[in-house]
Design a protein. Sequence first.
Length: 256
Amino acid sequence: MGLCRPALPFRAVSGRFSSWTGVAVNKANAENIEIDLVAVEDSTNFSDDEQVAVEKVNFEFDQSNELHGLYRKITVFNDTHCHITIKNKHQRKHKYRVNIAYLEAKPYRQRRIAWKWLYACISLLVLLAALYFGNLLSTSSIASLGLAVGIVVVAVMTLIGFFYYTSDRVYFRSEFGKIKIIEFMNNNPNKALFREFIGNLARQIKAARAAKGYNTTQALAREMRELRRLRDEKVVPPATYDRAKQRILKHPGFAG
C-alpha cells in the first residue's frame, strides 16, 4: 500500500518558499553511497502498510536537465512526507515516498568533476595549435584540413563529455543509517530558488522529527522500518540497506 495514489491532487506552489536562513550546504566528508534509482512502471505500487492520504501540500519544487534528459519533481505534503517523481529519457518514470522525519536535517554536497574529459579536450586543442604553428598543417591541403576538422570535432565531443559526466549534487541522508535518500541537482533551476528550497526542506525535516517525539530507540526502529520499505520498493539497493541496518544495530541506543 502507501501513498493514496497520485492522481495526487498537488497544486502548483513552486517558488513560494520562506527566505533562506543560512542552512549550510556542506561537502560530504562521509562515505559516498550510491542510490540505485531503478526504473519502474508508472503504476508503481507502494509496498508500505501506511495509508497516506494527501491532506495538504506544504510546497513543491521542480528540476530539469536537458543535457541528461532528466526531470525531477519533489512534493512535501502533510508536514512529514516527501514524494519524489523522476523522469529520465533513458528510463521509465520512477517515483517513491519518504517520511522526512527519519532524515538528517543537514544537506550534503557531492561534486564530481570529469577532469579526464577536460584534459582530453585541452590536449587535442594543444595538438592542433602545435600542428598549426609548426607549419605541419597546410590550408591548401585537403588532408590537412580534414585532420584539423577531425581534431576539432573530437575536441568538441570531449568537451560535451566533460559537461555530461560532471555532476554537482546536494542530498539528504537518513539520520542513523547514513545513506543517501533524496538527491537534487545543485543550484537548479537557479541558485536563489534552490537555496530557498533546501532551507525550507531542512526546516521541515526538523519540524517533522520534533512532531514525532520519539526517543532514540523508537527513532532507530522506525528508521529501519522506513529503510526496509524503500529497499522493498527498489529505491535503496539491498547491499546499501544492509550497511545502514548494521549502523543502526550498532548504535548505542538500539535495544532489541
